[in-house]
Ligand binder design. Structure first.
Ligand SMILES: *[C@@H]1O[C@H](CO)[C@@H](O)[C@H](O)[C@H]1NC(C)=O
Length: 415
């Protein structure tokens, strides 16, 4: 669930210190950035009104910007079996170029999104479903045309370098000197080695590019946190159909935040009947977590949201020192969860060393994979345990019924 620091890193937002090079995109001060992921082009998308109301100067797509692939029905038996070891067709299959283009047109025609495009600069990257196929990586054969279609959707210039490279990674620099925001967008699909292999997610050319972008030293490490030799880095990610804010204190010399916003339409609460939604909330409270930022101001006790949401970053450049607020907002534009701190906290400092004593710090320093086995899996155990008890109860009941019916019929025969 909260594998956000391991795999789902789609983008970095870097608050750039004053000394870096000239602005590329615009010289206007950027103080509000919104971001989101997982938007079903065939469903209503009421959340755009809330995004527009936040009035961002930049909106960042984090992937699954459309659902470009197709899902076969869940079938264990029959001619087309999509589940189980005996399945004979894959559950997901890609669309034709024409069909994918049509889906992007649907997405672009959403009135709320259209009005956002008039007000804000829209940039973005992709994830699997807009790349073309669920969980696909570099082996996916449609990637050349799906890259073209994403870049068309994002209004990338015809002569842009991004149209000639393999993959959609890119970076943007916003703002005048002293108030620069750099957005680095990664492509975690185009070059990704097969799942469960020991390979790479970004691929060599993108890694080299990223290192140049971060001015970091050359390295072959595949965990992005450890390659960041740079101050002011914040991660934002999508993909998982819920929202949360996580913090990891032991990656670099300052806290690393990851704001996960997912999805704009697709969300875990919407995927279950309304009566089960309180259960989903309870599970979210009970699920073990080491990195989630918890605070009493969260709209929900778990400090996660299973409702449609978007991410919002606000920078108060006029504060001394400038402050940043990371937030998740819902369809109504209500704040679901937020954290706020001076951007000077995103630099190595003595304060971090002092915090090492605190309980909260220890939590934010432990990887979920380092938790005891029972803590990691107790929810799964509870779930399967409940199912097992239920099945045993049904079987026992059936046996009891059957035997009493038998006894009864024997009795009637005797009489
Ligand atoms: C998108 O929405 C449509 C219409 O509500 C629905 O039929 C379809 O299954 C949805 N797609 C996904 C990926 O949820």
């Amino acid at each position: 669930m909260a594998a956000t620091f391991r795999l789902l890193i789609l983008l970095l937002i870097v608050v750039v210190p004053p000394f870096v090079r000239a602005a590329r995109d615009a010289d206007a001060v950027v103080s509000r950035i919104a971001f989101g992921s997982c938007a079903n082009q065939s469903a209503p998308q009421p959340i755009w009104d809330a995004v527009v109301a936040f009035d961002p100067q930049v909106f960042v797509w984090l992937g699954d910007n459309v659902y470009g692939d197709n899902k076969r029905p869940f079938r264990v038996f029959g001619k087309e079996r999509t589940v189980g070891p005996w399945k004979n067709v894959p559950r997901f299959y890609p669309s034709t170029e024409q069909e994918l283009r049509r889906r992007y047109q649907l997405a672009k025609a959403k009135p709320g999104y259209a009005s956002l495009r008039e007000r804000a600069q829209v940039i973005g990257t992709w994830d699997d479903h807009d790349y073309g196929l669920n969980d696909a990586g570099k082996e996916f054969s449609g990637k050349v045309f799906t890259q073209r279609l994403l870049l068309d959707f994002l209004d990338e210039a015809e002569d842009s370098k991004r149209r000639k490279q393999a993959g959609v990674y890119t970076s943007h620099m916003f703002g005048p000197e002293g108030k620069r925001v750099k957005v680095i967008l990664l492509d975690t699909r185009y070059h990704r080695d097969p799942l469960l292999s020991d390979g790479t997610i970004l691929g060599d050319p993108q890694w080299q590019w990223l290192e140049r972008e971060l001015h970091g030293p050359q390295s072959e490490i595949t965990v992005i946190g450890s390659s960041i030799q740079r101050n002011g880095v914040i991660f934002v990610s999508g993909d998982v159909h819920f929202g949360e804010i996580a913090r990891f204190d032991c990656g670099v010399q300052y806290p690393l935040y990851d704001v996960t916003s997912s999805g704009l339409t697709q969300s875990v609460d919407n995927s279950v009947p309304i009566v089960f939604q309180p259960i989903m909330r309870l599970l979210a409270v009970l699920a073990p977590t080491t990195m989630r930022v918890l605070n009493p101001n969260c709209l929900y006790k778990s400090c996660t949201t299973g409702q449609p949401n978007f991410g919002a970053i606000e920078i108060d450049w006029n504060a001394l020192p400038p402050r940043i607020k990371l937030e998740l907002r819902d369809v109504e534009g209500r704040s679901v969860h937020s954290v706020e701190f001076p951007i000077s906290e995103l630099q190595p400092s003595g304060a971090l060393a002092m915090k090492k004593q605190e309980h909260a710090f220890q939590r934010h320093c432990t990887l979920e994979t380092e938790l005891p086995w029972l803590t990691q899996y107790w929810l799964a155990l509870l779930f399967f345990g409940t199912i097992a008890v239920f099945i045993i109860a049904v079987v026992l009941l059936a046996i009891t019924c059957l035997s009493s019916i038998l006894t009864c019929s024997k009795k009637t025969k005797k009489e």
